[in-house]
Design a protein around this ligand. Structure first.
Ligand code: SF4
Length: 374
């Protein structure tokens, strides 16, 4: 049994324009001491999934269906009292943007001590203060800085404070919600190294949320690729890099700059993620997919497993686990246009005018005809 089992999770928000399903049937596992990355473009439901796991959704959000089993106990069905005791003690979260997550008028040491005092009534104030000192040293901050305020720290140091806070109650699972966003690359590398070190030293399981595939490749064992609130593909990081089956996964991989090829800009993914108020029918990626067929427009592809742990939801993948090439498929006109734009597997970038073709409300690519770029 995995430490965390997320099953068919559905999260909805009530907005002035109607009800939006931000997470739709998400399923994945996290094993003990395993690091799993949630990856996808902004707005694909990564953070909402994390907040749902923690049961920290905003007031207008609710878990409409599914379960989140932590060590066999369903967090979705749990009453608020037991749930509060589980949060921070068993699973915790490192929030995005350390400056916003920390209280600017309280000393950082007091803020890190707070969950210790709240969740462990037998620990004295002095004991909590001592543990904060140990945590600070663990994450590379001098313990004398417990009395400082957030504005006295750099961005990277504040993020270390947030990591110390997430570890305060010695949880078994930590969720890092874009823990390196807004940090420069050197500090980013230090924070990732720190997370990796803590994971191996403390045996922590980790969910890392990011849109940066290089972060996933450096720190995670497996990755869950999300698109428009749904899971497109799940597998080991190596499998997803070596043999991505879902066209969206492949596009994401090719969006990463290649430092070995300075003359080529990274390929982008044309169009934008869809609005979840009125998502496209069938496969939600079909307006942007160069493998899209009529069946993709009509039917949502069921998830299938090909190798142990490698699951994909795509009509273009045959039963023997091979993704068919666009030339083998009865493509939609929009997909034909995209495939023609990308004959050698090189998608144009946003610097190329043709690639700025946007996805219209009906799901077609504007400015690109079936015959090719204008
Ligand atoms: Fe979706 Fe069809 Fe493209 Fe697969 S081939 S990603 S099912 S649109």
């Amino acid at each position: 049994m995995a430490l965390l089992e997320v099953r068919d999770l559905v999260v909805e928000f009530d907005l002035p324009g109607g009800r939006v399903r931000a997470v739709d049937g998400v399923t994945f596992d996290v094993g003990t001491a395993e690091a799993v990355g949630l990856v996808g473009e902004s707005g694909c439901g990564k953070t909402t999934t994390a907040l749902a796991i923690m049961r920290l959704l905003p007031e207008n959000g609710r878990i409409a269906a599914g379960s989140v089993l932590f060590d066999g106990e369903d967090l979705v069905a749990m009453k608020p009292g037991p749930l509060r005791r589980k949060r921070w003690s068993d699973l915790s979260i490192i929030f995005q943007g350390a400056m916003n997550a920390l209280n600017p008028v309280r000393r950082v040491g007091d803020q890190v001590a707070e969950p210790i005092l709240l969740h462990e009534p037998t620990v004295t104030r002095r004991g909590a203060w001592r543990r904060v000192g140990e945590l600070f040293e663990l994450v590379g901050i001098n313990r004398d800085r417990r009395r400082d305020y957030p504005h006295q720290f750099s961005g990277g140091m504040r993020q270390r404070v947030m990591i110390a806070m997430a570890l305060a109650n010695r949880p078994r699972l930590v969720i890092g919600d874009e823990p390196t966003t807004a940090l420069d690359v050197m500090v980013q590398a230090q924070i990732l190294e720190l997370l990796e070190l803590l994971r191996s030293e403390l045996g922590l399981a980790m969910i890392l949320i990011t849109h940066d595939l290089s972060v996933i490749s450096e720190t995670c064992d497996r990755a869950v690729v999300m698109y428009a609130g749904q899971v497109a593909e799940t597998g080991t990081v190596e499998e997803l890099y070596r043999r991505p089956l879902h066209p969206y996964t492949e596009r994401l991989m090719r969006s990463v700059p290649d430092i070995g090829n300075i003359r080529r800009l990274p390929a982008g993914i044309p169009g934008h993620p869809p609005s979840l108020v009125r998502p496209p029918s069938g496969c939600r990626f079909h307006p942007r997919c160069d493998h899209a067929m009529e069946t993709c427009r009509r039917t949502f592809p069921a998830e299938r497993s090909f190798e142990p742990g490698h699951r994909v939801a795509c009509h273009a993948v045959s039963d023997d686990g091979r993704r068919r090439a666009p030339s083998e498929l009865p493509l939609l006109p929009s997909a034909r246009a995209l495939a023609q734009l990308d004959p050698l597997g090189e998608m144009p970038t946003l610097l190329d005018g043709a690639a700025a073709g946007l996805v219209a409300a009906d799901g077609e690519i504007e400015g690109i005809s079936a015959e090719g770029p204008p």
